[in-house]
Design a protein around this ligand. Structure first.
Ligand SMILES: NC(=O)C1=CN([C@@H]2O[C@H](COP(=O)(O)OP(=O)(O)OC[C@H]3O[C@@H](n4cnc5c(N)ncnc54)[C@H](O)[C@@H]3O)[C@@H](O)[C@H]2O)C=CC1
Ligand SMILES: N[C@@H](CC=O)C(=O)O
Length: 807
């Protein structure tokens, strides 16, 4: 024999009752079918009763809806004919009479409420019993006996079990039973608490020692998290009784928690099934955790609307009985304590309670500890509200090391502050308190880290979609699918801005149409607005990518890092700003557990900074750096000829995407100075821009005025450069703009190098860096390759993104 329980939605309409019939008729064992009231009916009855208690006739509106729901169902299922109509009428009349009675006395007692609260189940059980061919109705209020604690009566199991066994002795076929209702020893109606139909089913299942208890509901089973918040939540195939109990207590409203105990004691498995998807496996709740250490966490759940009440004072240290008095005081005003956290110093104790219970709880505590408060032994009693409790649950957490470490480091890295923590010695549940506004992010972070570790998500906020940013988007689009399939990295463009507008979408902006999205966006581009939006979205694993050349954008880095968002910068302004700002940004990133990466600041996609970091981190000392670091200048000096004058080479460098948005930055040596400065700093030296000796090869006057002016004026230098070039050619030499750092001195200058110099053969826009270190002294380390250009730079930015994702 089996017990099947169908919830309110499962019997919520005639259509759904037809599904119930199909499911029941497919069973190959005898079955007891426990039904809830039609969906929403119990609430309506309670509402009508409350309205009646005001002494008015207002309850009639609710009553009409209650009647309509039932008449609609019987009309469809029975064509409005048969005895069912009389039975339903009789029960609805009973309801109306009691409601009228309540109106007359203007009072609603818990006893009266129990008298009518179960009428929905009484009616639905008649409907289902008549609709399933061959089924018989058995009245649970005749065999479940309770005490007289109306509203949430306690079952007398001895009598109830005997009654059930007697009722179902020699029974075969299909029995339909109303859930939720019971009676006391005086044959007065009582109820088993909201959700009590699950409990009815469990009581019957245990009394009859059936093969299984099936709870048919409108979800697939217990999910790894609330699917309304975590779209990627999935059904947990198996849970132990304890895990199911913990998850149910912590907000997973799949099963009424008391349901578990009776069947647990008999070792009867519970199967959660979806009435609307009977083919889905559902969740099976059994005695032992079958799946081992690889899935120590089974689910996450949360409860919102929490207040944390803290009692603090050094006078509490070492004093016995404080906790006992605290909990007794709370119990005296019926305040349920959901979580307790106490430091071993005993200086403070915090209890998490339902926010609605705050006033009563605080008053009770203040009364209880009046003397201690007056004497200053307890210095503070304070409440923090708008909080949520999150819990991870799993029986295999026991003795699995590293779970709490992984949990809290993941949460911390994503900028979520943990306000209180509790873990029982059973290691079945780790619970912690966060601000409710951080709940969604917390659930996502934890879910991804423990359940979807196959896919890491990286949320990209890109600013600047010119040469580098535009190319980066093309590369992202091209690689998205491959990275997801092969590396399980889900790269999402969650925000993008050009200089005019910005667009955000936490589900990801379609890269192929981002331009249209920006064109159609009404959000004007604005730096503070961009940061605010990122903060507001509060998504985990976020990274801000700066592909502008703007100092204003560099100014917002601190705010971004403070929001626990990583930064990948192609923009060199921040890393070459004052040493204190550069160091602060690096320190802040470290403190916040996020990344601040800028590999492309020197040599575009070449691994120049990473290599330097590796050398330094492994204990090597950088003695000298000599390098050609400007793609633009090297291109200019490799392109300049009798036919291509200086001004034309600069124009071409810009067109090729090598130069800065303002090419004067390259031509003035500032770009190279920034780069050698960054390399010196990354080598461990505290260098400032002013320490760099920049020897310009273009007179200062060419850098004054507007960019347009510059393009006009620069042609004036063509003839002079051509004369000098011819001399150089005769001497078989080449111009190279060289940066050098040695013994605390840094300089950048134009050099004429002969054919034996390592920089002589450096083609096109290539860069070359030579690191002379303690380990690489006789033969310095060389890194050479394209030093500028859209695709290589974008690839360098991409590589930094991959580093942020930690895949
Ligand atoms: N082009 C290259 O080879 C390399 C460039 N870089 C760096 O990459 C950065 C970008 O360079 P390119 O793409 O070549 O320049 P670009 O001029 O083509 O693109 C920069 C884009 O940023 C936009 N922008 C500026 N301020 C903005 C703001 N506040 N909000 C939104 N958008 C804004 C501009 O409108 C422009 O579209 C620069 O910092 C450059 O130094 C680094 C290595 C190599
Ligand atoms: N403008 C720069 C681009 C790379 O940093 C250069 O030309 O090297």
């Amino acid at each position: 024999m089996k017990v099947l329980k169908f919830g309110g939605t499962s019997v919520g309409s005639a259509e759904n009752i037809k599904r119930v019939k199909e499911i029941v008729l497919k069973q190959d064992e005898d079955v007891v079918v426990v039904v809830s009231a039609l969906g929403g009916i119990t609430d309506k009855i309670l509402n009508a009763a409350r309205q009646a208690s005001t002494g008015t006739q207002n309850f009639h509106a609710e009553l009409t809806e209650i009647k309509r729901a039932h008449y609609d169902a019987i009309e469809t299922l029975f064509n409005g004919t048969g005895s069912i109509k009389y039975i339903v009428d009789e029960l609805l009349d009973e309801l109306e009479q009691i409601l009228t009675g309540i109106t007359l006395v203007g009072e609603l007692t818990v006893k009266t409420l129990d008298r009518i609260a179960g009428i929905g189940e009484r009616i639905s059980s008649h409907i289902v019993a008549q609709y399933i061919p061959g089924a018989v109705r058995k009245d649970s209020s005749e065999f479940i006996q309770t005490d007289s604690n109306f509203g949430r009566a306690a079952v007398d199991f001895k009598i109830t079990n005997q009654n059930i066994q007697k009722t179902f002795a020699n029974f075969s076929g299909v029995a339909v039973v109303p859930g939720f209702i019971s009676k006391n020893s005086k044959s007065e109606f009582t109820t088993l608490g909201r959700g009590g139909s699950d409990y009815t089913a469990s009581i019957i299942a245990a009394a009859l020692d059936v093969s299984s208890l099936e709870i048919w509901t409108d979800v697939d089973g217990f999910m790894t998290a609330d699917p309304r918040v975590i779209r990627k939540a999935y059904t947990i195939p198996k849970l132990t009784y304890s895990e199911a109990m913990e998850l149910s207590h912590f907000g997973a409203k799949v099963i009424y928690p008391p349901t578990i105990l009776p069947v647990y004691q008999k070792g009867i498995p519970i199967q959660i099934k979806n009435t609307f998807k009977p083919e889905s496996e559902g969740t099976r709740i059994i005695q032992t955790a079958e799946n081992g250490k690889e899935r120590p966490i089974k689910g996450i759940s949360s409860i919102s609307g929490i207040t944390l009440l803290t009692l603090q004072g050094i006078g509490m240290v070492g004093v016995t009985g404080i906790s006992m008095r605290l909990f007794t005081a709370l119990a005296s005003v019926n305040v349920n304590v959901i979580l307790i956290s106490q430091a071993s110093s005993e200086n403070s104790i915090s209890v998490a309670i339902d926010e609605h219970a705050l006033d009563a709880a605080e008053l009770a505590i203040r009364e209880e500890f009046e003397k201690e408060i007056a004497s200053g032994q307890i210095s503070k009693i304070y409440a923090e509200s708008e909080l949520s409790i999150v819990a991870i649950v799993g029986e295999n957490m026991k003795h699995t090391t590293g779970i709490a470490g992984k949990l809290f480091s993941t949460i911390g890295k994503n900028g979520v502050n943990v306000i209180a923590i509790a873990q029982g010695a059973s290691e079945l549940n780790i619970s912690w308190v966060v601000e409710s506004r951080e709940l969604r992010k917390t659930l996502n972070v934890v879910h991804e880290s423990f359940f979807l570790s196959e896919n890491v998500e990286l949320n990209v906020f890109l600013m600047g979609i010119g040469t580098v940013g535009g190319n980066l988007l093309q590369q992202l689009q091209m690689q998205q699918k491959k990275l997801l399939e092969e590396k399980h990295l889900k790269l999402k463009l969650t925000g993008v801005a050009n200089s005019k507008t910005m667009v955000f979408d936490r589900d990801g902006i379609e890269i192929s149409t981002f331009k249209e999205s920006l064109d159609n966006s009404e959000k004007k581009s604005d730096l503070t607005g961009f940061v605010d939006e990122m903060r507001k979205m509060n998504i985990y694993n976020s990274v801000f990518v700066d592909c502008t050349a703007s100092d204003k954008v560099a100014d917002i880095y601190k705010d971004i890092l403070h929001s626990n968002i990583s930064i990948v910068a192609a923009n060199k302004v921040a890393a070459s700003s004052s040493f204190s700002n550069y160091s602060e940004l690096k320190k802040l990133a470290k403190q916040k557990g996020v990344k601040f990466l800028f590999e492309t600041n020197v040599g575009a996609g070449l691994p120049i900074i990473n290599t330097l970091n590796d050398l330094v981190n492994s204990g090597d000392k950088i003695l000298k750096i000599e390098a050609v670091l400007s793609g633009t200048l090297n291109y200019i000096f490799n392109t300049i000829s009798e036919k291509v004058p200086l001004s034309e080479t600069i124009k071409r460098a810009k067109e090729e995407g090598y130069s800065e948005p303002d090419p004067r930055i390259d031509l003035s040596g500032v770009d190279v100075a920034r780069k050698i400065l960054i390399l010196a700093r990354e080598s461990g030296y505290a260098v400032e821009m002013e320490d760099i000796n920049i020897k310009r090869f273009v007179p200062d006057s060419f850098f004054e005025g507007s960019l347009e002016n510059f393009w006009e004026k620069i042609k004036d230098l063509d003839a002079d450069f051509e004369t000098k070039r011819k001399v150089l050619e005769k001497e078989n030499k080449k111009w190279r703009f060289v940066a050098k750092y040695e013994n605390g001195l840094a300089e950048v200058e134009l050099q004429e190098v002969s054919s034996t110099h390592p920089f002589y053969d450096l083609e096109g826009s290539n860069n070359l860096v030579m690191y002379t270190t303690e380990r690489y002294q006789e033969f310095p380390m060389l890194i050479k390759g394209y030093g500028a250009g859209a695709s290589v730079t974008a690839a360098g930015v991409f590589a930094d993104l991959i580093k942020v994702s930690n895949i």
